[in-house]
Design a protein around this ligand. Structure first.
Ligand SMILES: [Zn+2]
Ligand SMILES: [Zn+2]
Length: 384
């Protein structure tokens, strides 16, 4: 016979839909289950997240409140369905393997700019991910651009090509680690890395720091660089260099349409542009939109936005962009989509060399594919 304590217990089946995969939802549920003495399990499936939880009614209420009111920052809950069932007497709470079911009714999270914690590790010489451009955690990094299928598990992403090393795996399996179940988790030992090529596809370097120094030097000398970003290739030139910007206009056959630029941080932006509170809020927001702002002091070439008072500006969002801007020579860069006029941004490496080698002098690329997965509902990629 069950004891009194167990008789008080209830089981709830909670079905959560929305942007709930790839945003640290399972680790979050695991943590609040521990805090509230809840047993059962959580898993990702093609409909979203499924939670089976058992506990005292008051604990279950607390647990449910946390899910509804304090979900992880990148999660967007659209619907929660709760049904009550007979308790099975689970002894612990666990994260179970994802279920592959037929219906596909979940949303893929967008790619998200590198978070502050990852960025401080990225610039810490004692960290094992120092200057590692694919640093990521539960709160940041690529999602939409690496996924091939749902549920959102490593095996369904382009990260399946990169088996985790021992250290990464232990982070991935540790419920209190920031990288617990971070599907794109990687490090210099096991993850993707950068390559620098010239436009004849000669490999010039595979070392991130060297690539950054080379690229900063090329930019200073007015060269055009194709840089593989999160969702596709960008073409970049030194925005302060008249010759470089007009060369890009000629080669891209884009005589007048304004280019967007990128600058290091909000402090430097304020030295050269007049921005109000709202513009500042937008610029530093995690979506990293291009914001039209007015020049205060001349910095960028007049060829960037000919005959236009405002300049479209955004702040860095990938680790490599931050690294580039840590270089003292780099003040402002044109960042325009690598594409043929009117066509979508190029994300395939072969196509990039084919289509962009008569525009770009050099290519910064990496050995992870950008996926095109239009068959499922999605939120927009953050790529410009
Ligand atoms: Zn992060
Ligand atoms: Zn690793």
């Amino acid at each position: 016979m069950k004891n009194l304590k167990d008789r008080d217990k209830k089981q709830l089946k909670i079905r959560v839909k929305g942007i709930v995969q790839g945003v640290g939802f399972r680790p979050f549920v695991y943590r609040i289950a521990q805090e509230n003495n809840i047993t059962g399990y959580v898993l990702n499936d093609t409909e979203g997240v499924l939670i089976i939880c058992e506990g005292k009614p008051s604990s279950l209420q607390e647990f449910l409140n946390s899910i509804k009111h304090n979900p992880p920052p990148l999660a967007k809950i659209q619907d929660i369905k709760i049904t009550e069932h007979k308790p099975k007497g689970y002894k612990t709470f666990s994260i179970r393997k994802s279920k592959d079911k037929k219906t596909k009714d979940t949303f893929i999270p967008p790619d998200t700019m590198v978070c502050d914690e990852c960025l401080s590790e990225f610039f810490n010489p004692h960290n094992r991910r120092y200057h590692y451009p694919f640093i990521t955690c539960t709160h940041c990094g690529p999602r939409f651009s690496i996924i091939n299928d749902i549920p959102y598990d490593r095996k369904n992403t382009e990260m399946k090509e990169f088996p985790m090393c021992k250290e990464c795996m232990s982070e991935y399996l540790d419920p209190v680690n920031r990288r617990f179940h971070t599907e794109p988790n990687a490090c210099p030992t096991c993850g993707p890395h950068l390559f620098l090529y010239d436009n004849k596809k000669n490999l010039l370097s595979e070392k991130t720091d060297e690539i950054c120094d080379f690229v900063a030097d090329y930019l200073k000398r007015g060269k055009i660089i194709a840089i593989k970003g999160v969702g596709g290739y960008h073409l970049s030139v030194d925005a302060t260099n008249d010759n470089a910007v007009s060369l890009l206009r000629r080669r891209k056959n884009r005589p007048f349409k304004p280019f967007a630029i990128m600058m290091k941080d909000i402090k430097i932006v304020k030295e050269y542009f007049s921005i109000n509170e709202e513009e500042e809020r937008l610029l530093i927001s995690k979506e990293r939109p291009i914001v039209l702002i007015r020049e205060k002091r001349r910095l960028v070439s007049s060829f960037v936005a000919p005959n236009i008072q405002h300049i479209g500006l955004m702040l860095p969002y990938t680790p490599f962009q931050h690294l580039l801007f840590s270089h003292p020579d780099i003040m402002a860069l044109v960042m325009t989509s690598g594409n043929i006029s009117g066509e979508p941004i190029i994300s395939d490496d072969e196509e990039a060399f084919l289509e962009l080698s008569n525009i770009a002098d050099y290519f910064v690329t990496y050995n992870r594919k950008i996926t095109v997965f239009p068959s499922i509902k999605s939120t927009e990629s953050s790529e410009k």
